[in-house]
Design a protein. Structure first.
Length: 112
């Protein structure tokens, strides 16, 4: 099973197993991480699954049909602590190609 490394707000890292075919929102919400709510259930009607994708993974995420759409950009405008690596977790599906993916929760002190 693929894994994801999650950098939490306090800077600690947690490796979790990730079910293929599930969105990052579903995976992190179900662990659970309090900072990932997924209030809309993945219909891109809120920004409560906002997270940061490590820059080294940006190309791999978008290659999995996870390109950031105008609708996602509009919804991210509602999120707090945005940076250039911000994405909605509901828009990215886990696959074996994303094994080892590194993400950070909003507000985590990362230099990317």
């Amino acid at each position: 099973m693929p894994t994801i490394t999650v950098i939490q707000v306090d800077g600690s890292k947690k490796d979790i197993e990730a079910e293929e075919g599930w969105s990052l929102m579903e995976i992190l919400r179900d662990v659970p991480f309090e900072d990932i709510e997924g209030a809309c259930g993945g219909s891109m009607a809120c920004a409560t699954c906002h997270m940061y994708i490590h820059p080294e993974w940006t190309d791999k995420v978008t290659a999995q049909d996870g390109e950031k759409t105008d609708e996602e950009e509009d919804m991210l405008d509602l999120a707090f602590d945005l940076n250039d690596c911000s994405r909605l977790g509901c828009q990215i599906r886990m696959s074996k190609e994303l094994d080892g993916l590194v993400v950070a929760l909003p507000g985590a002190k990362v230099d990317w």
